[in-house]
Design a protein around this ligand. Structure first.
Ligand SMILES: *[C@@H]1O[C@H](CO)[C@@H](O)[C@H](O)[C@H]1NC(C)=O
Ligand SMILES: *[C@@H]1O[C@H](CO)[C@@H](O)[C@H](O)[C@H]1NC(C)=O
Ligand SMILES: *[C@@H]1O[C@H](CO)[C@@H](O)[C@H](O)[C@H]1NC(C)=O
Ligand SMILES: *[C@@H]1O[C@H](CO)[C@@H](O)[C@H](O)[C@H]1NC(C)=O
Ligand SMILES: *[C@@H]1O[C@H](CO)[C@@H](O)[C@H](O)[C@H]1NC(C)=O
Length: 659
């Protein structure tokens, strides 16, 4: 079946951009803090500034005091030791650079606190690392209480505003009354090993980001019922990969409005790559949502790539709506969509007849152009057909229209398939996708265990940033060096060649427990570390601190940053070695976690017991992670049933647009 309705309305001439696939071009060597934790060795322990781990004393003033009186000058770490803390007042850490915030305890928001919209804000800062060394770093918003009491407390849990060269990793965010983690106009940012456990309700975005340039977000799991990760304007050059969206709204770009009167406030989103996104019973896999209005094209979403999306029973798959929330007037202009590539989407949708794999409602005024749709190998859970729908979409594949006409006409097309794509394989339900959280009960902080351990971030379990210096176990070859940091040992390889292999032997003196790369496409080989064509690549590998003295050389399985081809090491490959600090390992109180420090086995939560390790591509074999099609033990539940079919699966966007 094929129906094609072309209206007579002519729209302005639009030139197609080149057919080269546009995407993010993130420089992975420039994301994250400028200086190592080892250089942030002055410890500003909040217990020395008035904090008490009694889950009652307000930690807010203590964090601010530790910052103002100790950390702000740089070279320091604000340290929140393991324990339970209460926060009742919002903290804004303004300015400052070269500091870290080490959260090794649980901070719980009071339901009636005075937060001014955010619990903890880091603003106008650079070279900041926010992390947990023991996997217990968590912020719990107790949103269920605010919902039960209608207290009106609406603090985001953590927010960065106007910051550069920052990272946040290994932190757990639980049950925010509103958004969980927000980045506003940051650059050179890295966010990873983030776990969000939100309620089953709208208005609870996992992560909202605007990035002015060069951001890398990866290895993130979000459970909630609003956006998983939402990219907003202005944003340019963000790589987002290896993301798990559990019962979530799904990934999004927007909302973006064309109806702006302030010309300095035009929406701009470009060079975004989202890939390796795994969704379980989400509202959509990806939504791009804009409002009509303005005069002509007001702002854009362009030059972006969305590939390797996977769904188990999603409501919408690809959903682009330029009349978001049924705003149809004034239909005078639109945020222009161009040069967007969607490729390799697999899995199942709930009702392919109502909401096919591709549902694009493009603008009547500014049609979407240069849209590439390929390899949507998706099928429906319910019913026996999939209807892809395109309105005003020009480009290639599926329901997009090709045109070389100077003026593009508006059209609506729907293409119906009554058989599953050739070779379609029904996905099995991932173990992480079981149903559970509601809206009015507490959400557990540490169960199930987070997918990632600090050990795999280059941070040793239970360690405290320390200042003792010791010699570094050096590697034997010129290709790789080891670097002790305050909390572990990193293997650092810096190559300037286009494609290099660092032989295993060169790091054989490093007894590695686990490893992590900072790259996107990776390949592992027993032969060594492969360095990509980007000019500088940082790899890190962590040693348990206690193993340093006895460092038994163990041939390591190296984790690689790969280029497409593996070649031998050019003679010119050089390695930068940094000096270091020794680790002082504090007693670890890792309740709820097993296996830290020695490779991080499957979390004791057991739901993940199968499917770990090596499940992705060929690389990063030692990073603890889920396979994306683990055991079928979890019982499939209809998304539509979970949502209530009448909602049409549309997420609650009521908290969007507040910045
Ligand atoms: C964005 O994509 C365009 C088109 O491919 C490319 O010319 C440009 O260099 C990219 N910009 C960045 C910052 O990656
Ligand atoms: C901390 O106190 C709050 C009350 O504000 C309570 O709901 C929460 O369960 C307590 N958390 C811990 C870890 O004891
Ligand atoms: C951050 O810097 C901007 C620009 O100077 C300023 O307007 C803003 O007030 C600063 N933030 C804080 C919390 O002081
Ligand atoms: C398609 O995406 C899936 C993840 O959903 C990935 O496992 C697979 O390798 C991708 N296929 C190609 C050809 O890239
Ligand atoms: C996925 O979401 C459900 C809530 O519906 C929760 O019970 C489950 O623990 C989540 N999985 C993970 C890994 O957080």
């Amino acid at each position: 079946m094929f129906s094609n309705i072309v209206s007579a309305l002519l729209v302005p001439t639009l030139l197609f951009s080149s057919l080269a696939q546009a995407e993010a071009n993130v420089d992975l060597s420039s994301v994250g803090p400028l200086t190592a934790l080892s250089s942030k060795s002055t410890i500003c322990n909040v217990l020395d500034y008035g904090a008490v781990a009694d889950n009652s004393t307000d930690i807010g003033p203590a964090i601010l005091s530790a910052f103002t009186n100790c950390a702000k000058a740089g070279g320091a770490t604000i340290y929140i030791p393991p324990g339970s803390y209460s926060i009742a007042t919002g903290v804004v850490l303004n300015k400052g650079s070269a500091y870290a915030l080490q959260i090794d305890g649980l901070i719980t928001l009071t339901s009636d606190g005075s937060f001014g919209g955010n619990a903890i804000v880091i603003e106008n800062a650079s070279d900041v690392e926010v992390f947990s060394s023991n996997g217990l770093g968590a912020i719990n918003g107790q949103g269920y209480i605010t919902r039960l009491t209608s207290s009106g407390q609406n603090a985001r849990l953590f927010r960065f505003i106007s910051c550069s060269d920052i990272s946040i990793h290994d932190i757990i965010f639980v049950d925010s009354p509103t958004f969980h983690l927000v980045f506003n106009e940051v650059s050179n940012m890295e966010a990873y090993h983030i776990t969000v456990r939100g309620p089953n309700i709208g208005g609870t975005d996992g992560i909202d980001v605007t990035c002015t340039d060069n951001c890398y977000m990866h290895d993130i799991e979000v459970t909630n019922r609003d956006e998983c990760i939402s990219v907003k304007s202005p944003s340019n050059n963000i790589l987002i990969e290896d993301i798990y969206c559990n019962h979530s709204g799904g990934m999004s770009i927007g909302s973006l409005t064309a109806d702006v009167t302030d010309t300095a406030d035009i929406n701009t989103v470009s060079n975004i790559t989202m890939r390796n996104v795994y969704t379980f019973q989400c509202t959509q896999m990806l939504m791009i949502k804009t409002f009509p209005g303005g005069t002509g094209a007001t702002g854009y979403v362009k030059d972006s790539l969305f590939e390797n999306f996977w769904a188990y029973d999603t409501t919408y798959a690809l959903d682009i709506d330029q009349y978001w929330e049924s705003h149809t007037t004034p239909d005078t202009g639109a945020v222009a969509l161009s040069s967007l590539t969607f490729s390799n989407w697999t899995g199942t949708m709930d009702n392919g007849a109502s909401r096919g794999a591709i549902v694009i409602r493009g603008s009547d005024i500014v049609p979407a152009v240069d849209i590439s749709l390929s390899d949507f190998d998706m099928w429906t859970v319910n019913g026996n057909k999939v209807i892809n729908q395109c309105k005003n979409v020009y480009g290639t594949g599926y329901c997009a229209a090709t045109s070389t006409a100077a003026s593009l006409t508006t059209f609506t097309t729907s293409v119906t398939s009554t058989v599953a794509p050739t070779g379609f394989v029904t996905p099995t339900s991932p173990a992480w996708g079981v149903a559970g959280y509601g809206t009015t009960d507490p959400i557990p902080v540490y169960t199930p265990a987070a997918f990632w351990s600090p050990a795999s971030s280059g941070v040793a379990s239970g360690s405290v940033a320390a200042s003792t210096t010791a010699s570094v176990a050096k590697s034997t070859s010129a290709a790789v060096s080891s670097q002790k940091t305050s909390s572990g040992v990193k293997v650092v390889a810096t190559a300037s060649s286009s494609s290099a292999v660092v032989k295993t032997s060169s790091v054989s003196s490093v007894k590695a427990a686990s490893a992590v790369t900072k790259s996107s496409s990776s390949t592992s080989t027993a032969a060594g570390v492969v360095v990509s064509s980007s000019s500088t690549v940082k790899l890190s590998r962590t040693l348990a601190s206690t193993s340093l003295s006895t460092a038994t050389p163990t041939p390591t399985t190296l984790v690689a940053v790969a280029s497409s081809s593996i070649a031998s090491i050019p003679a010119s490959t050089s390695v930068a070695v940094s000096s270091s600090k020794v680790v002082s390992s504090a007693a670890s109180s890792s309740t709820g976690f097993g296996g830290f420090g020695s490779g991080f086995g499957a979390p004791s939560g057991s739901a993940f017991a199968s499917g770990f390790g090596g499940g992705f591509g060929t690389g990063r074999v030692t990073r603890t992670r889920l396979a994306h099609t683990p055991s079928a033990s979890a019982k499939p539940v209809s998304t539509a049933a979970a949502l209530g079919e009448s909602t049409s699966g549309e997420d609650d966007d009521s908290c969007d647009g507040d910045f």
